[in-house]
Design a protein around this ligand. Structure first.
Ligand code: SF4
Length: 765
């Protein structure tokens, strides 16, 4: 497993490399297309002067990528994913549109014209027979902002359905809901400069070292140098927890319990910021009332930690002047995800750790442009510019820019991700359009999901890659240009916006996602809405909708971003000011918020626990997560040798006590069952996980391993506010399987032997 030392070493090697050849070559500057850290990359053309072109086994040139030292977020650093991105650019690519009448048939190659014609007629048919809500689009944090924005106009404006949701729903919609409810608007208040200003980092539900490595690198370096403290809350002793001053290995499902327990102690000790509470917040008395239930003994018992450890965490909060909370899926993916986000925010309001350097509640986004999606209205309840569909003034403002009559946008939130699956299951969805994501792996309760996908009358799968698990369920596949083959914009977790310039020609007949949406829109009769011919024009229209909003980025354009990344808010009038080049912009620095009263809201949530707690039949709690090298469903990283060697197969992490009790040995293959399905995995016996909890990585779909899908086990219960599924926990039993080696599928053989065969036969016809 790479260490921080490795990352530092890597950045030093890369910087030497940069000095030696920077003058000789023109590098494309872009943002890494993997995680929400949003590192700057420089991509090198394969034909470097005086050097042979490096090629992969299939003869494709291998592009080189390295950290961009000028990028403010990553300062030249990259992790293994960013460093190896060049290895995956030409592998597994979808080159032509293809269609088939039923899932039992092979695909046949068609022209774009034929594919568009079919899609338009199926949409028109669905709208005429069942209404616009029978059409759904499921998009992705892999989109660039222009893709997101164009899809909103097509679905919410032209078709009049809010049935657009993105895989960000599975990732950070609880953070969105928490920010909106507490502060009156979405938008993470801190920035990465706070990583180097804090004296206490509170990391809860995030394995930052593996999942957001460059953020962790910056934080760890600062804390080490300045003797800062780090509290890590996680049932697993991850790489992140290993670096902590204090690790609280709580039971899964006890986040809210712990957070209320810390608040109870702070209040009892009088370690609160009375002035901040009185001047800048509301709802404190209701919050204080519920805290009386969260006495240290009760909380410690429920969380499975000692009262001393609980008190130590509260003491670190009380003694630190600047506390920065970081969280990701361990908080968000829960039936009480929004409650947990708001309870973290409560601690910041209680102690006045808001709007100051080194302090604030900071959600780390999973995907490279999940933030851009939020800005562009890319979830079923929101509209561009941090607006919501329920607000009539918000709808009117958007309709005006979209040149659509008043009333075109529905006031009713559309189907969220899991609701789309239910819509397919119940026969209410006639057209299901999936773009840049792979729900046949990433949705909860995957067998139920697959059954629903099989029930879909017409599924469009628009992706750069083929095959994926989801293309197996598609009637039409559309080749999308990869991020490096189109120019567009992405926003990272700290609101830094980067122009990602196209640096290579699109493979085959691939087209940018926004171009595909716009062409369908024009063919549906909306020529005036889709007049833009460049992504820069699309972006200009989008930023016009941010004017006067918290996320005001009217000072941004492709031209301006061509000079380098910028951080919002950046209104037009500040473009030329020094503010334009600052990367330490925090929100709510004046203690004023966007709620009707202008005050931040305390919330009063009691702990609910897990939707599916363990019981005598299913006595273990399964938790799921990412590994350092792999990205989501392996569509890219599964083709990179260095990464597949690092993480060759899925496994089940279990504590030695539990393994011994069940009479299992390390590496033994076991069967893990929940009420919905099963997996068969080799055991990894380790003290790095608490007793009674087991862990499975989330990256293995059915193309990458036999019976290794984490979501065969997970359930589909969602947070009632954010509608984010509880992908992080379910109850399981562990059983022996008959002896025999685990068959880890040979990746290439697997892919060729399955869906790729249909592509090969289609193309050769
Ligand atoms: S930390 Fe995230 S954004 Fe940075 S190189 Fe790694 S995967 Fe890419």
């Amino acid at each position: 497993m790479p260490t921080i030392a490795f990352l530092v070493f890597w950045s030093q090697v890369m910087s030497q490399f940069a000095k030696s050849d920077a003058k000789k070559n023109q590098f494309a500057k872009t943002q890494c297309p993997y995680c929400g850290v949003g590192c700057g990359l420089e991509v090198l053309p394969p034909a470097m002067p005086g050097k042979a072109v490096k090629r992969d086994a299939e003869g494709n040139p291998i592009w080189q990528a390295r950290g961009d030292r000028a990028h403010p977020s990553s300062q030249g650093m990259v992790c293994v994913k960013g460093a190896t991105i060049g290895d995956a650019l030409d592998k597994n690519r979808l080159l032509y549109p293809m269609v088939r009448d039923s899932l039992n048939e092979p695909f046949r190659k068609v022209t774009w014209d034929e594919a568009y014609g079919l899609i338009v007629s199926r949409i028109q048919q669905a709208v005429e027979t069942k209404g616009p809500d029978s059409v759904c689009m499921y998009g992705s944090g892999q989109f660039q902002t222009e893709d997101y924005y164009t899809a909103q106009k097509l679905m919410k404006g032209c078709l009049g359905t809010n049935n657009f949701d993105a895989n960000s729903r599975l990732c950070m919609s609880s953070a969105v809901a928490g920010y909106i409810q507490s502060f009156g608007s979405d938008g993470p208040p801190p920035c990465y400069a706070d990583l180097e200003e804090t004296d206490c980092a509170f990391l809860i539900g995030t394995n930052t070292a593996d999942c957001h490595p460059i953020v962790f690198n910056r934080l760890k370096k600062h804390l080490k140098k300045n003797k800062g403290k780090m509290i890590v809350v996680d049932p697993r002793r991850t790489k992140t927890a290993e670096a902590a001053t204090l690790h609280l290995a709580i039971k899964p499902g006890t986040n809210v319990m712990l957070l209320n327990g810390i608040a109870h102690l702070l209040l009892k000790w009088g370690k609160v910021d009375q002035q901040y509470i009185e001047s800048c917040t509301e709802g404190f008395s209701d919050f204080a009332k519920i805290l009386s239930d969260y006495t240290p003994d009760v909380v410690a018992q429920e969380c499975g930690i000692s009262p001393q450890h609980l008190a130590a965490a509260a003491r670190l909060w009380s003694k630190s002047k600047r506390v920065l909370s970081l969280w990701s899926m361990g908080i968000n993916q829960s039936i009480e995800g929004t409650a947990a986000v708001r309870t973290i925010i409560n601690l910041h309001l209680l102690t006045g750790n808001m709007g100051r350097p080194g302090a604030g509640p900071f959600s780390l986004t999973g995907q490279p442009n999940a933030m851009g999606g939020r800005e562009a209205g890319g979830l079923a309840h929101i509209l561009p510019g941090y607006r919501v569909v329920k607000n009539p003034e918000h709808r009117q403002a958007v309709e005006k820019v979209w040149k659509l009559p008043e009333g075109s946008i529905s006031p009713v939130p559309g189907r969220a991700a899991w609701d789309m699956i239910l819509g397919l299951e119940q026969g209410d969805v006639d057209v299901f359009w999936v773009a840049a994501t792979n729900p046949a792996v990433s949705m909860p309760d995957i067998e139920r999901t697959k059954k629903a996908l099989r029930n879909s009358p017409f599924t469009i799968c628009q992706d750069a890659y083929f095959p994926t698990e989801t293309t197996e369920f598609a009637h039409v596949v559309l080749p999308a240009a990869q991020w490096g083959e189109k120019t567009g914009v992405m926003t990272n977790s700290e609101r830094v916006v980067t122009l990602c310039k196209a640096f290579k020609r699109a493979r085959g007949q691939a087209r940018a996602d926004w171009q595909i949406f716009a062409e369908v829109g024009r063919r549906l009769g909306y020529e005036a809405q889709f007049e833009a011919t460049t992504s820069a024009q699309v972006y200009d229209e989008f930023v016009s909708l941010t004017e006067g909003r918290l996320c005001d980025m009217t000072g941004l354009s492709h031209e301006r971003l061509g000079l380098g990344p910028l951080q919002w808010p950046l209104p037009q009038q500040e473009t030329e000011a020094t503010a334009a080049t600052r990367f330490d912009k925090r929100l709510y620095t004046n203690g004023r918020f966007l709620t009707p009263s202008g005050r931040a809201k305390f919330s009063a949530f009691h702990a609910k626990g897990l939707a599916e707690p363990p019981d005598p039949d299913f006595p273990f709690v399964l938790t799921t997560g990412r590994l350092y090298g792999h990205w989501h469903t392996q569509t890219r990283t599964g083709h990179i040798d260095k990464i597949t060697k690092m993480h060759p197969n899925a496994f089940l992490e279990i504590h030695p006590y539990d393994a011994q009790t069940l009479n299992f040995e390390d590496e033994q293959v076991v069967e893990v069952r929940s009420k919905r399905g099963f997996v068969k995995l080799p055991l990894k016996v380790t003290k790095n996980i608490r007793r009674g909890t087991v862990f499975v990585p989330m990256h293995w779909g059915f193309l990458w391993g036999n019976d290794a899908e984490a979501n065969a086990l997970t359930h589909s219960e969602v947070c009632p506010i954010s509608l984010e599924p509880e992908l992080k926990a379910c109850a399981v039993q562990i059983l022996p399987v008959r002896a025999g080696p685990l068959v880890v599928q040979d990746v290439e053989q697997s892919l060729v032997s399955r869906l790729a065969r249909s592509l090969v036969s289609a193309i050769s016809r």
